[in-house]
Design a protein around this ligand. Sequence first.
Ligand code: SF4
Length: 400
Amino acid sequence: MMRHMRPHGPVVRTVRHDPADRPLLVIWEATRACALSCVHCRAEAQPRRDPRELDTEEATELMRQVASFGRPSPIFVITGGDCFEREDLDELVRRGRGLGLAVAVSPSGTAKLDRAALVRLQEAGVTAMSLSLDGATAQVHDGFRRVPGTFDRTVQAWATARELGMKVQVNSTMSSRTVHELPDLAALVREYGAMTWSAFMLVPMGRGVDLGALSAQQCEDVMNYLYDLGPHVPVKTTEGHHFRRVALQRAVLEERGADHVEVMGLGELYAELTERTAVFGWGDAVRARRPPVNVNAGYGFVFVSHVGTVHPSGFLPVSAGDVREQPLPEIYRSSELFTGLRDTSLLTGRCGTCEFARVCGGSRSRAYATSGDPHASDPLCAYEPGSFPYAEDVAALLAS
Ligand code: SF4
């Protein structure tokens, strides 16, 4: 990876191979079936499987197409709905591994997520698993997931996975209903241990439309808070691309010895989250800060739906093709939708004039969800292009 460096390490990582040629991640929605009905569900999950889903052989062909991108192969993530609704899940993991892919799964916190299932997955060769935890207590999390017992099952699966030596990513949705849970969630992640903790910046689509998205100011507060957690928790963001802008700004401000609260214009939410975390008394850094990676919808990232249609992200419901009709690498490399999204000169509004566009680019999914235009500004970003006072320092970091 190329790095935007400061003396003691990278601030933002840029993928070494060309992300326009080969994605880092291929996310496959194996099914939309799920026993839960979470209030923010992208997929508007259904109780039963769709007969049009890719079957075992078609899914194997998809994995062959993923392997044909070349080495190192993209990570193949099997998601849903609930991927445990597929009886062939273990077999698919086994076949993916046989094709030389790293295969990760993203199940729901249902009764199917038990120890026996995790052992079978591990024997099949699964590389990692992600789990969703939106609250630090059963009351908040189960309220969000709408099924009692989901919190306990998820935490139990987390403990079992760790015991089995599996890598675990924890995903938490940022919304006005759950944002005050952040300090306690951070403490939980720190205590249980995780490969990554991903803060999902809600995209208003599916059932998430009515969920109380954060304001741009609150998002700025949250991202700066997440940056502060970096030396203690392996934090990243999903659909929160301007976290890379925040990381660059904070690195510059640290070098300058400037007050980030004042320069970044941080507000009450930042003060509240910081104060509540201070009581934990975590002290010195326990880990190296994890620099965010420069990937975006259609740039390092591709989503294949349950019926085989290809999208720049799971939150951007515009299709660029169908893997039943055209190989995935062809669609990824050449479709107008994907090549257009990779062209930052097509960005409009604030994102179009922003000095951070090349390492950020904003959430194309949120731009589409709120305006119908995937090239429009990301409404969850509060930054006014050109307003950061240390432009030369930023330019030097971006050039390094
Ligand atoms: S204005 Fe757009 S490109 Fe600039 S930091 Fe915000 S989201 Fe990123």
